[in-house]
Design a binder for this molecule. Structure first.
Ligand SMILES: [Zn+2]
Length: 60
């Protein structure tokens, strides 16, 4: 941890965490009941999404 992240698109070092909820949740294929919020780490400058992480992978 603590590793500096640099945007591959615009070289910005400013990132923020966002999350997908509701319609943006990741759903297991053919099983709509199973879903999880997805955390996104994105560049504040250009919007490039560096990482996406499913919050509750054990649900799947
Ligand atoms: Zn960027």
């Amino acid at each position: 941890m603590g590793k500096e992240q640099i945007c591959p698109e615009c070289r910005s070092k400013e990132f923020k965490m966002g999350e997908f909820k509701g319609y943006g949740s990741l759903f297991k294929k053919n099983a709509i009941i199973k879903s999880s919020e997805v955390d996104a780490n994105f560049c504040v400058n250009c919007g490039y999404v560096l990482t996406l992480k499913v919050r509750n992978p054990e649900k799947f």
